[in-house]
Design a protein around this ligand. Structure first.
Ligand SMILES: Nc1ncnc2c1ncn2[C@@H]1O[C@H](COP(=O)(O)OP(=O)(O)O)[C@@H](O)[C@H]1O
Ligand SMILES: [Mg+2]
Length: 373
């Protein structure tokens, strides 16, 4: 798919902006702080209902404005659709498809598909497990949009179970009556059900992504691998099906119960898991050099791109400010790998940093204006 038009109102630094887009490569060029990333962040938001830079919506709304609107016209094969999201920080966001009546924001997932690579992605390698879980879950949802509902079920159950554990922990500390544990049993089942579904999808994703990521790394940094992805679960076992994982989660919850009540928090489940990223024999985190970490993060994104492409509907590839970070050789390699994508959006502070093979449409971004060069 590709985006044929992007329209923003009160999003980030933009009061209003209209950007017509073509398939193929488009580069947004302009000095730092002029609003290049803001444009691609908006497209990423339509694809994931979140920003790659911040975890809440408030910074996405233009300072002084009450709400932001992000709208995109999207073409997939013969089909064109218009998607619109209204961001209302502190209140429910609203969504529309083809100007029709309201749908849930979650219903727009799958219409715009992106793989976005940005400097923030270094945190995939160097950051906390939460960064890698977010990476997996966004990709799981891109592969199968119905997983958005499973993820939100899981989050809801987890929150309620934690509340219950917290009050059990409090009661225990203050020598009160111990809680009725049958209530926790019920929450264990809910948690294990949604958790098993998410876990099954993550495991399948990691297995599918592994060879693609290894290949991408070899292309970016020949001889530097191999790259190995290892899913670290808090519910050990050999199972891969939903039923098996459900059993493993229940068993692990049972074992952790005492400790959970002491600490007042859920210690088992996909929210506690991690994806171990290895380069050769060593974990990348703590061992890989800056350049290797950067290539690793890029390889994960390129693998995501290959995966989504291979599974049908081709996503938009966004490369935000990445060429400046790469040496000339890796720049050229990356450019060759992606030059023939259906739609590739690139941002750069310096036009010369964008490799020649990525010739395409150029936009200048300055002073809140986006102008075709
Ligand atoms: N909510 C907001 N309201 C107004 N301006 C914003 C908002 N969020 C970010 N900005 C401004 O946007 C600019 C950064 O835009 P960005 O797209 O990240 O720049 P770059 O061109 O370097 O990628 C900064 O000047 C910042 O002050
Ligand atoms: Mg930027």
């Amino acid at each position: 798919m590709h985006v044929t038009h992007l329209s923003l109102a009160d999003f980030r630094s933009y009061a209003r902006v209209e950007v017509p887009l073509d398939p193929g490569v488009t580069a947004f060029v302009g000095a730092n702080g002029q609003g290049k990333t803001n444009l691609v962040e908006a497209i990423g938001y339509l694809a994931t209902l979140g920003s790659h830079r911040v975890s809440s919506d408030a910074p996405l709304v233009r300072m002084g404005a009450e709400r932001a609107v992000v709208r995109a016209a999207v073409t997939q094969g013969e089909r064109s659709q218009l998607v619109e999201l209204e961001l209302n920080p502190g209140r429910a966001n609203r969504a529309r498809i083809n100007r029709s009546s309201q749908v849930r924001p979650r219903d727009v997932l799958g219409i715009v598909r992106t793989v976005l690579f940005a400097p923030e992605d270094l945190a995939l390698v160097k950051g906390d497990p939460g960064e890698r879980r977010k990476f997996l879950d966004e990709l799981v949802t891109a592969r199968s949009p119905r997983m958005a509902a499973v993820r939100s079920d899981y989050e809801r159950v987890l929150k309620q179970r934690n509340t219950l554990l917290k009050s059990a922990a409090m009661a225990r500390r203050h020598g009160g009556r111990s809680m009725d544990m049958s209530t926790i049993d019920v929450w264990d089942q809910h948690l294990a059900k949604a958790g098993a579904e998410l876990l099954a999808q993550r495991l399948d994703l990691v297995a599918t992504l592994q060879p693609l990521a290894d290949k991408a790394y070899e292309q970016l940094a020949p001889g530097g691998g191999p790259l190995l992805l290892e899913y670290r679960t808090s519910a050990p076992g050999e199972g891969h099906t939903r039923e098996e994982l459900y059993g493993q989660l229940l068993a692990a919850l049972g074992e952790a119960r005492k400790q959970e009540i002491e600490r007042g928090v859920t210690l088992v489940g996909p929210h506690r898991d991690d994806l171990l990223l290895k380069l050769g024999q060593l974990p990348a985190k703590g061992y890989a050099s800056h350049g290797e970490s950067w290539s690793y993060a890029l390889a994960l994104r390129l693998a995501s791109y290959d995966l989504l492409r291979a599974e049908g509907n081709e996503p938009v590839l966004v490369l935000d400010d990445v060429f400046a970070e790469l040496d000339v050789r890796r720049r050229e390699r990356l450019a060759e790998l992606v030059a023939h994508g259906e739609q590739v959006l690139v941002t750069a502070a310096v036009d010369d940093d964008v490799p020649g093979v990525l010739s395409g449409v150029r936009y200048g971004v300055a002073g809140g204006e986006v102008t075709r060069l």
